[in-house]
Design a protein around this ligand. Structure first.
Ligand code: HEM
Length: 514
């Protein structure tokens, strides 16, 4: 018997021998690979990496993140705060994520220059046709130049107090007239769904493109509905997943949970058309922000100015501003329906200070303390933006004794500050009085209410949002009585989740007070 035959008689066939060798090799490679991954995973965690859930090698917490608090991943991060403390770290795949909660840690994070970056991942790039543009998701000198320019010129056009007041008041008047008109058509029961977002988009569009839409314009309605779909499509935790933009573009359905940024191309087209229209009908005196910006592009003084950047910038203002302020107005009305006594007190104050006129910005803080306290309390309790837009560590940095490695995504938890039970008494309760002096005449400002964030990345639209919220809410409450529908449960205060929290559509009885 030859050697070949001897081996064959023992193992049956050369193919079997080959398969067995391959199996052994593959098993050894797999075991070796796993050991290597675990070693890399353990040793690549920097010293003093913040405490947090360990997750699996390579995948980190990718598979478990949605289990922390099913249906609401930002609540999951809140649970990590209670378990691991104010600075907590974990991995989503290879991406380090740091979740920061509680007033001291959040304030420190906002003020830390090294944490002022924004992640450069698929969801961020999908927003701007695969490039890093706009203001919301860029950083460094590009951000400084573009944010400064935008704020400066919007102040001239509409963010300045006087201009803003007249512009927003016009939108308020249109809204009140629209509501009164509906009294005849549909009785006094109103449905509120994206109702105020239309006014906000209009106010913005006047500043940006000197145009406004009729409230029932189908294009305006479809834009507002699109924002609603996109804003509800993702959340603040999943958006950290390091997925390349090209994959999101090729397989939108697979990566839908990271946010349906692909749907926003309609908005892009809409802005492009407005810019083309401005170029075809130029004006010597700038009419609006598009004119001012196009002039700057023409001057060619700085590379960061381009038409594409203008589209992306307007796009950011739209998506950051279109959904937020309108929702804040809706939440205030909901709280007032739940608390008729607060609504009555607010109306008494507005009637006694403003008489038969509509409230003005000049009366805001000094003359209307109760009203101001109601708005502060609604901002705190609704926390419509529960987390900052993700920040990004530009360098290794220290925070509260922990090392945050360069390249980490940093989530700053505003909700944890607004509902901190160690600071606020009964934080879940709506109590405007907590913001007033004992005699009720003075508003006590607290820097523990941070709805717009703080530091260099603070909300660009803060003044517009604050003034708009005030002018809309005061005019609405002065003009109408908002009540629950008799014999029906009170409308829910539970928000719909997404990148921001929004009120669930609700119906209410409205009675004219005039
Ligand atoms: C009640 C309404 C609003 C709230 C609660 C709100 C809140 C916020 C928050 C928390 C941030 C993130 C800050 C950070 O990442 O640290 C932000 C950023 C931003 N907001 Fe607002 N916002 C509101 C309205 C608006 C409006 C009306 C506009 C535009 C006209 C706007 C434009 C922006 C922009 C462009 C950014 C990005 C700034 C940057 O990255 O540097 N926001 N906002």
């Amino acid at each position: 018997m030859g050697c070949r035959d001897r081996v064959l008689s023992k193992h049956g066939d050369w193919q079997v021998i080959g398969r067995k060798c391959n199996e052994r090799m593959i098993t050894s490679i797999l075991i070796g690979g796993c050991v290597l991954c675990v070693a890399v995973w353990i040793f690549s965690r920097p010293n003093k990496f913040p405490p947090g859930p360990k997750g699996l090698p390579l995948l980190g917490c990718l598979l478990s993140v949605s289990q922390w608090h099913p249906g609401c991943s930002f609540m999951g991060l809140l649970e990590l705060y209670y378990r691991y403390g104010p600075v907590c770290g974990f991995y989503i795949g290879p991406q380090p994520v740091i979740s920061i909660s509680g007033y001291e840690a959040c304030k420190e994070a906002f003020m830390n220059e090294n944490l002022n970056g924004r992640p450069d991942n698929g969801p961020a790039r999908m927003k701007s046709k695969g490039k890093r543009m706009g203001v919301m998701l860029v950083d460094g000198d590009f951000l400084t130049i573009q944010k400064r320019f935008t704020l400066h010129h919007l102040r001239d056009i509409g963010f300045g107090r006087q201009n803003m007041e007249s512009l927003v008041s016009k939108e308020v008047a249109v809204l009140l007239a629209d509501m009164k008109r509906q009294f005849h058509d549909e009785g006094n029961i109103f449905e509120f769904k994206n109702y105020f977002n239309i006014s906000l988009v209009n106010a913005l569009w006047v500043m940006l493109a000197s145009a406004r839409f009729e409230r029932d314009d189908p294009r305006l309605k479809s834009l507002v509905e699109l924002f609603d779909v996109v804003f509800r499509s993702g959340d603040i935790v999943r958006v950290a997943f390091p997925c390349p933009a090209i994959l999101m573009k090729l397989f939108p359905a697979v990566f839908a949970k990271l946010g349906r940024m692909d749907l926003l191309k309609e908005v892009w087209k809409f802005i492009e058309e407005a810019i083309d229209e401005h170029k075809q009908n130029p004006s010597v005196e700038p009419r609006d922000f598009i004119d001012v910006y196009l002039k700057e592009v023409e001057k060619n003084n700085d590379d960061s100015f381009s038409e594409e950047q203008l589209i992306s910038l307007i796009f950011d203002l739209f998506i950051a501003g279109g959904d937020t302020t309108g929702n804040s107005i809706g939440f205030v009305l909901l709280y007032l329906i739940h608390h008729p006594d607060v609504q009555r007190k607010m109306q008494e104050e507005l009637d006694s200070v403003c008489g038969s006129s509509m409230p003005t910005l000049a009366q805001q803080i000094s003359s209307l303390p109760y009203t101001e306290a109601v708005l502060l309390e609604a901002s705190r309790l609704s926390s419509i933006v529960p987390f900052s837009i993700p920040h990004y560590a530009l360098k290794d940095t220290q925070l509260q004794g922990n090392t945050i490695p360069k390249g980490s995504i940093v989530q700053i938890n505003l909700y944890s500050v607004h509902l901190d039970e160690n600071y606020w008494n009964d934080p879940e309760k709506f109590q405007p009085e907590r913001h007033l002096s004992a005699d009720g005449t003075t508003v006590i400002k607290s820097d523990r209410i941070l709805p717009f964030g703080a530091g260099k990345r603070i909300c660009l639209g803060e003044s517009l949002a604050r003034n708009t919220l005030y002018l809309f809410v005061t005019s609405l409450v002065k003009s109408f009585q908002f009540q629950a529908i008799p014999n029906e449960p009170l409308p829910t205060l539970d928000p719909r989740m997404g990148f921001v929290q929004v009120y669930a559509p609700f119906k209410a009885v409205i009675k004219s007070r005039n």
